[in-house]
Design a protein around this ligand. Structure first.
Ligand SMILES: Nc1nc2c(ncn2[C@@H]2O[C@H](COP(=O)(O)OP(=O)(O)OP(=O)(O)O)[C@@H](O)[C@H]2O)c(=O)[nH]1
Ligand SMILES: [Mg+2]
Length: 567
């Protein structure tokens, strides 16, 4: 229920000789701000609720179990008590504009909005479908309001936040449906804005309705429309007397001057006092009651809980950081070892070397002149087979590197004393598999990395001739003799430590060029192997990254600070 303005303030309005004067009470200058605080308070508590719900306490540090209990209690408290109460209190106050047909209800509502949302007209009665207008930002707060089912709803910026203005059909209508609808709306109203005209204010109906409202303690205000200039003082005095006689002296009274024959909106100055009064009703009083009734009690009690929860979250973040460090440290050594192992020629051993030997041995396809056009296809085919062998050998080496990395991580987690290391170790496998990968892209698979490395070798040879015509011709001759990929395979074999391939290539394009290319490719292979070993840490790091957010605790502190600031 909306507290009406104080009686003294009302008297001020009624004794104001100017029609459409300054209104019953100047709105509290902080009124608008308070209206805003009203919605902000609900927003702030809803934000807090979201952050509390998002808190994860995956690591079994000593504070975790207690913190989880606190978290649940907080959520219960917010969901079952505080939020519903705040929502209810923040729901816009329903102001029903009621009165006889033709009193000018729709015209008043349209004037207040500066737009015709409810058609006014000369046919009586005009309004048959009630219209509720609210501020767009209040749409959510009105959600599920029982009134909404039976009227047309319009969102309009001109309505003060915290109010819903309803243009009702005529109360004393000849149409039964209109009468019923108007009375139902009055039942649901938080505030009545009763409109009558100077010609009809003596009718029985307004007074019956007003007395009933006063008996029920409903807040109301009265608008006397179309008051002829010369009758102003008389009518006002008479009306004041009638109000007093019925114990309604506290009812704010607004007089609107008669404009003569008139269509369309009234002037802004005619409705300004009504607008100011509505803004005040929407703002200060409601918001203050919200703040007094809720925040001092329930909200204050929640604060130590939130603080404790934030501390527990900080402890979780510490565990996460120490585990991240342990996991990252664990793969450093395997990464170095993997790089050293490929540098030592590991990938060119075994089947690769054997196949190569067949090509350069007696009768092998590479024994003739490498750059001759004849025999090119055979050479290219033979080199492609070695390339296949080399690719799988590289993939095996890279796969080993990755496995070593994974094993090192598993061991580090087993050895780590941080609580929760075991949790990570157990969850890493499944959790990482189906988790959509956040952050940087995953390291490619060993197979893909091996293929990419061979492609890089082909590219490197192709680029050898850049900027050097003689060199370019030499490369072109080599490519004519073994194909571009064959040339790349020779470079890759040289980089993998096969001296024969390096020598063959040097004869075609020169020793220094071969050395440069081979050493760069060897470095790249070493880096690829190290990356695979480090990739062994990816599942654990991805799991840890998704476990507790860095800013989870500071978010909770921030929510608290916002709530305290609203007090
Ligand atoms: N002269 C004059 N005409 C007005 C004033 N307010 C409204 N009217 C006219 O009176 C007629 C009725 O106005 P409405 O706003 O439709 O009245 P209502 O109270 O909504 O009427 P119902 O919808 O039938 O209940 C329209 O033709 C308006 O233009 C006013 O202050 N002065
Ligand atoms: Mg109307």
């Amino acid at each position: 229920m909306i507290p009406g303005p104080a009686p003294s303030a009302t008297a001020g309005a009624a004794s104001d000789p100017s029609v459409g004067g300054t209104g019953p009470r100047q709105p509290d200058p902080r009124g608008g701000g308070r209206t805003h605080a009203d919605a902000t308070l609900l927003d702030a508590v809803a934000d807090l609720r979201r952050d509390v719900a998002a808190v994860r306490l995956p690591f079994p540090v000593p504070s975790a179990a207690e913190a989880e209990r606190t978290r649940r209690r907080l959520l219960d408290q917010l969901d079952d008590h505080l939020l519903p109460r705040l929502r209810e209190l923040s729901a816009p106050a329903v102001v029903v504009v009621a009165g006889s047909t033709g009193a000018g209800k729709s015209t008043l509502v349209n004037t207040l909005l500066g737009e015709e949302v409810s058609p006014a007209g000369v046919l009586r009665p005009t309004t048959r479908e009630p219209v509720l207008v609210h501020h767009p930002a209040d749409a959510e707060l009105l959600d599920g309001h029982p009134l909404l089912a039976s009227l047309r709803v319009v969102a309009h910026e001109a309505v003060p936040r915290g109010l819903a203005l309803v243009d009702a059909p005529d109360l004393d209508s000849l149409l039964e449906a209109n009468r019923a609808s108007a009375h139902r709306l009055l039942e649901a109203a938080d505030l009545w804005l009763f409109l009558t005209t100077a010609a009809r204010y003596g009718d029985a109906l307004p007074w019956d309705v007003l007395v009933r409202a006063a008996e029920r303690g409903t807040s109301l205000a009265m608008v006397l429309n179309r008051v002829p200039d010369d009758a102003l003082a008389t009518v006002r005095a008479d009306l004041m007397g009638r109000l007093r006689d019925r114990g309604l002296a506290a009812v704010p009274l607004f007089l609107v001057r008669d404009l003569g024959p008139h269509q369309g909106p009234l002037g802004e100055d005619a409705v300004a006092p009504i607008r100011r009064w509505l803004t005040m009703v929407a703002g200060a009083d409601r918001a203050r009651s919200v703040i007094l009734r809720t925040q001092r009690g329930a909200l204050k009690a929640l604060q130590p809980w939130v603080t404790r929860l934030a501390e527990a979250v900080e402890a979780q973040v510490e565990v996460r950081v120490s585990l991240e460090r342990a996991v990252a440290d664990a793969v450093a050594e395997p990464a170095e070892r993997a790089a050293r192992s490929v540098a030592a020629g590991g990938v060119a051993a075994g089947p690769v070397r054997a196949r190569w030997a067949a090509l350069v041995g007696r009768g092998g396809v590479l024994t003739g002149r490498l750059t001759a056009r004849r025999g090119r296809d055979a050479r290219a085919r033979a080199l492609a087979e070695v390339a296949d062998e080399l690719r799988s050998s590289v993939a095996v080496a890279l796969g080993n590197a990755r496995r070593h990395g994974e094993q090192a991580v598993a061991e580090a987690l087993r050895a780590a004393r941080a609580p929760g290391a075991a949790v990570v170790a157990a969850l890493v496998g499944d959790a990482a598999e189906d988790r959509p990968e956040p952050g940087p892209p995953r390291t490619p698979s060993p197979e893909d990395a091996a293929r990419a490395w061979l492609r890089a070798a082909t590219d490197a040879v192709a680029r050898l001739g850049e900027g050097d015509k003689q060199q370019a011709r030499a490369v072109a001759r080599l490519v004519r003799g073994v194909g571009a990929e064959g040339a790349g395979t020779l470079a890759a074999l040289a980089a993998a430590g096969l001296g024969g391939a390096a020598a063959l290539l040097a004869r075609a394009v020169g020793r220094s060029a071969v050395e440069a290319v081979a050493s760069r490719l060897a470095d790249e292979l070493g880096e690829a192997a190290a990356a695979q070993a480090r990739a062994g840490a990816e599942p654990a790091l991805a799991f840890l990254a998704g476990s507790v957010r860095d800013d989870a605790a500071s978010a909770l502190h921030l929510r608290l600070a916002v709530l305290k600031g609203l007090r």
